[in-house]
Design a protein around this ligand. Sequence first.
Ligand SMILES: [Fe+2]
Length: 215
Amino acid sequence: MSFIRMDAGTDEDWVRLERATDEWQAGLAQRIKAMLLQLKQQDDEMAIDQLEHSLQTATRALRGGASEEWVVAALCHDIGTGISRDNHAAIAAEIMKPYVSGEVYEVVRSHQEFQRAHYHENHGKSLGARRLYQKETWYRSAVRFSDDWDQLSFDPAYETLSLDDFLPMVERVFAPERRYAQAAAGGARGGSRFRRLLIKAKKTISRSKRGESPL
Ligand SMILES: [Fe+2]
């Protein structure tokens, strides 16, 4: 890249930058694995550590007949806790966004609010924050995610699958060719204006190389 301020970048610079971004993004599955392994350090004095909780949530999703995308979402839903407990749901959802359906994205993004119905102070009371989402098309999926998979998964006696069992699924869901494919199919809101502009810039360069008008 030749520019030292962004507004001086040429079309070629931005296409090269996009290529570098594509190459970096292709390593996402490996970074997800590293983030999952970090969860092992979080035991929170629970019966199992956070990695085991994530594996157990994914195992329950798998045994419940969920699709691979949901299983990987269950595996990764707490991946952001290593950075921030407060915002961990949004962190996981935004990482997954370009690779999953809009429904999976919304459920991961809001799972903390659905879990609140299971917090001690809410036992036997209202549905709490999840009530806000009752009219959403993905509401039933979010209830299932929280009630059948997430909140049950703190059990040291449960036969939980290993991280190695799930890694091929992680690689498939975060495969480079799936990036933005979900958005194109009407999935998560992953198609950015930035990317559309880059595609337009690439076309403009191709046209000018062929001697055509860039318009
Ligand atoms: Fe969880």
